[in-house]
Design a protein around this ligand. Structure first.
Ligand code: MG
Length: 248
């Protein structure tokens, strides 16, 4: 038994033994590896995708809460910039593949932590894939690519804050039994800049600053929400492929 225990080395011990060889350890406490030389932007939408932002119009979006027309600024570059509150899609979705491109701008260079280019993609209006300037960090579950306070990314695939980045999100909404009890949590897998960073992360509860219970039931199709956290962040080329029932 003692011998067997000795053979079960921790990731840290293995890393020390192999020296410069990088060992991918995604377990609890393991440092998040930095991945570089990556890009996956300007991706053309597949023929069956619904375009949510094509650089010309924000008609697919309204302000969260008031449902007034989207006030985010459309730039000559074909991007839109966060302004005046979070926005949600008019259309609601259940399970889907979502592509979007974003760039967190540094803005206030003295800002730190959650103040550096913070925004976020809320799936079903409830489950946030964090957007933040987390370039070069040992990413935690509140950094870019994290399912906020639920799951940290397997690797840090972030680019520098002024560079365009992409998310490809595979989302499955939670499931409920006949009595309204949640039987399966929301499940989220993510590629950031073409790199696999989240594998089937499971969220049993809505994440911080999600739409309220009054606004969005976990058992109903929901919108895509893009967060205004008061920081300058731009988005472009947003499209979605619903996999399940959708509802206007
Ligand atoms: Mg956020």
């Amino acid at each position: 038994m003692e011998r067997r225990r000795k053979l079960l080395l921790s990731c840290a011990e293995v890393s020390m033994i192999v020296g410069i060889v990088v060992v991918p350890c995604y377990g609890e406490g393991a440092a998040v590896k930095q991945v570089s030389n990556i890009a996956s932007t300007n991706l053309k939408p597949p023929s069956d995708a619904i375009m949510l932002f094509d650089g010309k119009s924000t008609d697919a979006w309204v302000m969260q809460g008031s449902k007034e027309p989207c006030r985010w600024e459309i730039l000559p570059t074909g991007a839109m910039r966060v302004r005046g509150g979070s926005i949600i899609t008019k259309q609601k979705f259940t399970d889907y593949q979502l592509h979007l491109e974003f760039r967190p701008l540094s803005g206030d260079l003295n800002a730190t932590g959650q103040g550096r280019g913070n925004s976020g993609v809320y799936n079903q209006g409830l489950y946030e894939v964090q957007i933040l300037d987390s370039y070069g960090l040992d990413s935690q579950d509140n950094d870019c690519g994290g399912i906020y306070r639920v799951s940290k990314p397997m690797v840090n695939a972030c680019l520098k804050p002024t560079e365009w980045q992409s998310y490809d999100i595979l989302f499955f909404a939670p499931r409920f039994d006949g009595s309204g009890k949640m039987t399966e949590p929301a499940r989220v897998s993510v590629l950031q800049n073409g790199v696999w960073i989240q594998q089937n992360a499971q969220a049993w509860k809505r994440t911080t600053a999600a739409m309220s219970e009054k606004e969005q039931d976990e058992n109903e199709p929901g919108p895509i929400m893009l967060q205004d956290h008061g920081n300058p962040v731009e988005y472009r080329n947003i499209w979605i492929r619903p996999l399940g029932p959708t509802k206007l």
